[in-house]
Design a protein around this ligand. Structure first.
Ligand SMILES: [Zn+2]
Length: 358
C-alpha cells in the first residue's frame, strides 16, 4: 500500500457550511441531515475534521466569507458591511473554539508553520492527536467595513484575501461579472501590500485580474481555480493569466467541483457518475499548467470540497476528502514522478509560504 502523503489543501470553507459539527464522524454528520431538504448537499458532505486527519490533510487555507448585497441585487448576502463583518467574526469564533479543544491550530508565520509540519512528520504522535493547521483567508473582502478593519483582521491572524466572490462586491466585482476593481479595492491592495498579505486572485474578473497583477507587488496565489482551455468559463484561468501567475511564482489550487472540471457538467442537473467525472479529470488541468510552466511547481490542491456541495457534485470515485490520497496512484499512472507528486501534495504551497513569510 502507498504510504499516506501529507496534503495541503488551499481552499476549504470550514466555518461556513450550514450547522455541521465537523468534529464528528462523516457518517454521523450525514445521518443527522438525512431528513433535511434546504440544500442539495444535505446528507452528502465530504469534509469533516476526522476525514481531514484520515486523509493526511494536516494543513488547509480556511476561509471567512460574508457578502454584502446592495439594494436591488438578487444575490444572497448581508444588507450592510457591518452585518457581513459580524458574520465573519462568528466564523472566527468557531475556529477559536476548534483551537480550544485541540482540533485545529492557526498558522500565521514561519515558526508556527515549521513547528506544525514537524508535528505532522512525527510518526510517534498519533494522527488523532494532531490538530489540523489552518491559515485564515477572507474570500471576498466586502466585510472589511473600512481599511481599519484590515488591520484588526491582520491582528487576529488573517493572512490572505480575495477581493471578490460572486456578484458586484465593494472592492471588486466577482465571478459572473465584468469590470474593474473599485477605487476602494485599489486602496485595499495598497494597504495589503504594507502587511505583505497574500492576494488570492480567484473570483476576480478578467479586468480585475490584470489590474491586481499590475497593482499588487506582494505574494499572489489562485487558491481554487482550474483551466479555461478545458472548462471555457470566466471562472477559470486562461493561458495568459496562467503565464502571468507563473511569472509571479504563484501556485494554482485545482478544485474538485464537477462543473469546474468538466464543461459538460451542469450544476444541479448532471450526475458525476453518468458524466464519468473522476478525480483524474483534474489531472488534465494540472497537465495543462505544467506544460505551460515546463515544470510541476505551480499546481496544487485547492479542493473547495465544502463549498456548498457534496457527493452530488464531486468526482464519483471520491467519498470523502480523505480520498485525495488517491492522487498518489493516479498521478503516478499519468507519468508524474515522486517529486512532482510531492510538489502537488504540499511542497509547492509550502515553498510559496516560506518565500512569502521569510
Ligand atoms: Zn470560491
Amino acid at each position: 500500500m502507498t504510504k499516506r502523503m501529507f496534503v495541503f489543501d488551499a481552499h476549504l470553507d470550514l466555518a461556513i457550511e450550514g450547522n455541521r459539527d465537523l468534529t464528528r464522524p462523516l457518517e454521523e454528520i450525514r445521518q443527522r441531515e438525512m431528513h433535511m431538504k434546504d440544500k442539495r448537499d444535505r446528507g452528502r458532505g465530504t469534509v469533516c475534521l476526522p476525514e481531514l486527519r484520515k486523509g493526511g490533510i494536516g494543513l488547509v487555507v480556511a476561509t471567512q466569507l460574508a457578502r454584502y448585497t446592495p439594494p436591488g441585487s438578487s444575490l444572497a448576502g448581508w444588507n450592510s458591511p457591518q452585518q457581513a463583518w459580524a458574520m465573519t467574526q462568528a466564523q472566527l469564533a468557531w475556529y477559536r473554539e476548534m483551537e480550544a479543544i485541540g482540533e485545529m491550530v492557526q498558522i500565521t508565520n514561519l515558526d508556527e508553520l515549521d513547528a506544525h509540519i514537524g508535528l505532522w512528520e512525527n510518526d510517534n504522535v498519533a494522527d488523532e492527536k494532531k490538530p489540523v493547521g489552518y491559515i485564515l483567508s477572507l474570500e471576498g473582502a466586502d466585510s472589511l467595513v473600512d481599511i481599519s478593519y484590515l488591520y484588526k483582521a491582520y491582528d487576529y491572524g488573517l493572512r490572505a484575501i480575495g477581493l471578490s466572490h460572486f456578484g458586484p462586491g465593494r472592492y471588486a466585482p466577482g465571478t459572473k461579472m465584468e469590470g474593474s476593481i473599485t477605487p476602494a479595492g485599489k486602496e485595499l491592495l495598497k494597504e495589503m501590500g504594507k502587511l505583505n498579505l497574500i492576494l488570492d486572485v480567484t473570483h476576480l474578473t478578467d479586468e480585475g485580474f490584470d489590474q491586481a497583477i499590475d497593482l499588487y507587488s506582494g505574494p499572489v496565489w489562485a487558491s481554487h481555480q482550474n483551466v479555461r482551455k478545458i472548462v471555457p468559463t470566466q471562472r477559470q484561468l486562461n493561458d495568459e493569466q496562467i503565464k502571468k501567475l507563473i511569472e509571479r511564482k504563484a501556485v494554482i489550487g485545482g478544485m474538485l467541483d464537477c462543473w469546474a472540471m468538466d464543461i459538460r457538467f451542469i450544476d444541479a442537473i448532471s450526475d458525476p457518475w453518468q458524466m464519468n467525472v473522476r478525480l483524474e479529470n483534474l489531472v488534465d488541468h494540472w497537465d495543462h499548467i505544467c506544460q505551460l510552466a515546463g515544470n510541476s511547481q505551480h499546481v496544487a490542491i485547492g479542493s473547495d470540497l465544502d463549498g456548498i456541495f457534496g457527493t452530488e457534485q464531486s468526482p464519483w470515485d471520491m467519498n470523502s476528502i480523505a480520498d485525495l490520497q488517491k492522487y498518489q496512484d493516479i498521478l503516478a499512472r499519468r507519468g508524474y514522478k515522486q517529486e512532482d507528486i510531492e510538489n502537488i501534495f504540499h511542497k509547492n504551497w509550502l515553498r510559496f509560504l516560506r518565500n512569502a513569510w521569510s
